[in-house]
Design a protein around this ligand. Structure first.
Ligand code: ADP
Length: 192
């Protein structure tokens, strides 16, 4: 499944490079220092230029599960929302809640900046080691549950770097949507 409708918004899955997106905001899988790093963080700072780091330095870091916003520098996106996901340490250290919180906070930052379209990478599933099946379930579920809080947000796009990551997200989206449809059908029957 490539996309799903949530109220008046669309959640979309694509393979690509998040630095090239034309959404109003892109999300960075940042670390707590907000001083740049490898992976998607490094790619965003390289493509967006030094202005992003200059702005980051003034933000005083960012707690795990939180998100903070800078301009997009030279990127097409107007804003970069720096979200800090958890380092995966086996799954019993509050990782799921912290990952959900990072996605939720990024969405709140987007709404606070009146953004209508936003692109996310797969937070925590690179250097931070979060197993992608579980991380993709949390990512999609959290966004689908929270998108209705922000009617201004019309497009939420996941930009997966590899074909296999895209396939994991596609399968997960299908599973969530099918599960919701079955739940709705049961609900309809019991109300008759
Ligand atoms: P984290 O430290 O949160 O795990 P990483 O940047 O190491 O963050 O990885 C997060 C995900 O971002 C990984 O799935 C990685 O493949 C992906 N990624 C790396 N570069 C890009 C890019 N330019 N665009 C989109 N996704 C990317």
């Amino acid at each position: 499944m490539q996309e799903a409708r949530i109220g008046s918004a669309v959640i979309q899955l694509v393979q690509g490079d998040i630095t090239q997106q034309d959404t109003e905001a892109i999300v960075n899988a940042a670390n707590r220092s907000l001083r740049g790093g490898g992976g998607v963080d490094g790619a965003i700072h390289r493509a967006g230029g030094p202005q992003i780091l200059e702005e980051c330095k003034k933000l005083g870091g960012c707690e795990t599960g939180d998100a903070k916003t800078t301009s997009g520098g030279r990127l097409k996106a107007k804003y970069v929302i720096h979200a800090v996901g958890p380092i995966y340490r086996g799954g019993h250290h509050g990782e799921a809640e912290l990952l959900a919180s990072a996605y939720r906070r990024a969405l709140e930052e987007a709404a606070a900046h009146h953004v209508t379209s936003i692109a996310f990478p797969s937070i925590s599933t690179g250097a931070y080691g979060y197993p992608i099946e579980e991380a993709s379930r949390i990512a999609l579920k959290t966004l689908m549950d929270n998108i209705p809080r922000f009617p201004g947000i019309k497009l939420v796009r996941f930009v997966l770097f590899t074909r296999s990551d895209l396939e994991v997200y596609q399968a997960q989206l299908e599973k969530i949507v099918t599960g919701q449809q079955e739940k709705n059908q049961r609900g309809n029957k019991s109300s008759v």
